[in-house]
Design a protein around this ligand. Sequence first.
Ligand code: HEC
Length: 241
Amino acid sequence: MAIVRSYGPVLFLCFASALAAAPKTVWDGVFTPAQADRGLAAYSAQCSRCHGEDLHGSGNVLIGAKFMQQWREDNLRSMYTILRDTMPRNAPRSLSDAMYLDIIAYLLKVNEFPTGTADLALPDTANILVVGKEGPAAVPDFALITVSGCLGPMKDDNGSITAATEPVRTRQPDKSKGDEFTIAMAKSGGTRTLALMGVQYNNEGVVPLHRAEVKGFLIRLPAGNKINVTSMQTSAEACTP
Ligand code: HEC
């Protein structure tokens, strides 16, 4: 029993070092040609009858400008989760993890991202960002985003978050749970300040002047960016805004 328990800290260390890994982008060669070929076979069998052999069917969402608009500044974990939970449209979650990952590799290949020497694996996906040729760009206006930083005082409907990370896209408007929140709180060194609105609806259990995760819709304004808050949560760590 003691031996089993001693795995706890070891696992935690592995997890902590995974956190420290530098983020990658889809330009870093994150899948292999063989994986994309397997993805083509899976795509032909499972997706092409709606999306077309040339990927231009069903609203053209899998290739070119629409593909980039939908996924840029988001990570591959998010793409995997959406694919798994919504596709094939008539039978969500019906493929294996490996097949969904192979299909993502295929979609990256047809969207002209470079191949690499290792297959795309599920644990890597959260750390790989989709960015355009020009590199990371501003998240589109009104996109659902998440930031980590220091929550300031709140008054009426309004608040602010300082020392905040660059907003990144999320598909999940609610508070993140477990490891995801730990990862959000491990992100430090941000330099952004964002105004918050809608805080009075979303402040259950929230402690001002603590490290916080804030999610919501990004609103770009000449005076500075604002978040229309969908969820907030704070950690035990106090901070000075
Ligand atoms: C029965 C038809 C059908 C099948 C099979 C199907 N799709 Fe779709 N898919 C759709 C439709 C319809 C849309 C919505 C298009 C739009 O928004 O204009 C869609 C949207 C998507 C999107 C955009 C995400 C979103 O939520 O809007 C992705 C990515 C996608 N499909 C991937 C796949 C993949 C990968 C497969 C195979 C595993 C697959 N689809 C199989 C019909 C299908």
